[in-house]
Design a protein around this ligand. Sequence first.
Ligand SMILES: Cc1cc2nc3c(=O)[nH]c(=O)nc-3n(C[C@H](O)[C@H](O)[C@H](O)COP(=O)(O)O)c2cc1C
Ligand SMILES: [Mn+2]
Length: 502
Amino acid sequence: MAPPADLREWIRLLEQEGELVRVGTEVDPYLEITEIVDRTVKAGGPALLFEQVAGSDLPLLINQFGTERRMCLAFGAPSLDAVGERLGDVLEMQPPEGLVEKVRGLRKLKSIADSMPKAVRSGPCQEVVLEGDAVDLDLLPIQHCWPGDPAPFVTLPAVITADPRNGRRNVGMYRMQKIDRRSTFMHWQTHKDGRMDWLAADGKLEVAVALGLDPVTAYAASAPLPKHVDEFMLAGFLRGEPVELVSGRTVSLEVPANAEIVLEGYVQRGDVGLEGPFGDHTGYYSPPAEFPVFHVTAMTMRRDAIYPSIVVGKPVAEDAWLGKATERIFLPAIRMSVPEIVDYDLPVAGAFHNCVLVSIRKAFPGHARKVMHAIWGLGLLSLSKAVVVVDEWVDVHDYEEVFFRVCANVDPKRDVLVSEGPLDQLDHAPTLESYGGKLGIDATHKGPEEGARPWPDEIRMSDEVRALVDRRWAEYGIDSEPAVDGRRGGLFHGARVRRDTS
Ligand SMILES: Cc1cc2nc3c(=O)[nH]c(=O)nc-3n(C[C@H](O)[C@H](O)[C@H](O)COP(=O)(O)O)c2cc1C
Ligand SMILES: [Mn+2]
């Protein structure tokens, strides 16, 4: 099934699948929508299309990404791992050998060709064009998300810039605090690509913001690609259809033809103000800080445009599934540089950058530390505050099992590494902003070369007796369902890789 071509097709698909509710009652973009959505997301509820938002003619779509099922629908894939495997397949391409392999190779090459964005002459995103004085952000139902926020924030934008040194495009998702009818702040943080483009510009840097995209392209804006890789290329690859782009009206950047709304404009060197506070995905208000002012020179729209929004806050919020998509999709890419990684998990409660659980095929003394340092050197994963390393047979998605391994296998004096390095700018805990302590916990089995005594065997029942009890379970007349591997849904349930530890 091809992923949806634009936001409307996506809304139709959600509706067909019983995944969307239209809300006709008038609602207030000041706090009320947040409270409705927070209750809906935390209950695993549907996407919501608010048709009557006070103060605006535009409907507002929210919670489109709020469950794993919707995320898979967006990608047209049975699972997020399957999406990652598609990417891994191409990354691991080897010179083909037989004819069958050659044909398969060609298909992969075609999927790479399809990923290149395609220029088109016109697009629905420019059915209405407002320039100069006519630009009016008041037309949009921008949400004022939390009581401590100073203003409404655009929360689901795809922000397009080009590196002034080589023209290479970047697309990032950075929230935008509304300042007035024609300007906002641009909240690209310290370690982000859009900010690098801004810092590399001599004076002005052109910026275009696309709102209301097909779900895969919207997701791609949040994907942590290396600086020189165009997020629209990833979107094209994942969709199997190139992203179509039209020329901006007042900027030399290209914008997605299928967008509902586009804001064109510029930021300037030194033209900054105090952005925030903002009720953030950390579960706390991020404090005010200096960010550039985005001046809007043109606002283009579809005639009956739909405005997309998202609310972040205390986990679990809608962005959890955007993060989980990244976790799964990027696993094969991470394995390209750190092949001993079996699996990893970024717990939603850890707001993604606070904690990484990683399982490895341990092969030499100090291997867990090697992997900690690798993670602390890898793209945006480098901002991870805590890294917990377990052996390959531990299921990193089973937090109870990981906790068991940490408690059972760690000598704090020997197995805990406290380091330091860059941290997420929004992390309020470190003494300094964007820089502070790192925690590595080696919860693998340790060998004598690592200073451990002979490691004991794990307890495991013999296969014969397990088979016998399986066979005879009904005879015992014990009412409850038997637990799997010792504990139902618990400790050893779901472990993917097993190894005899004796
Ligand atoms: C809903 C949502 C909101 C986000 N808001 C911001 C933000 O305000 N500032 C920021 O720097 N990153 C934000 N991010 C994370 C970035 O989009 C992400 O790090 C992405 O990789 C940035 O693109 P870049 O790597 O090209 O800079 C947000 C992510 C999501 C899913
Ligand atoms: Mn980027």
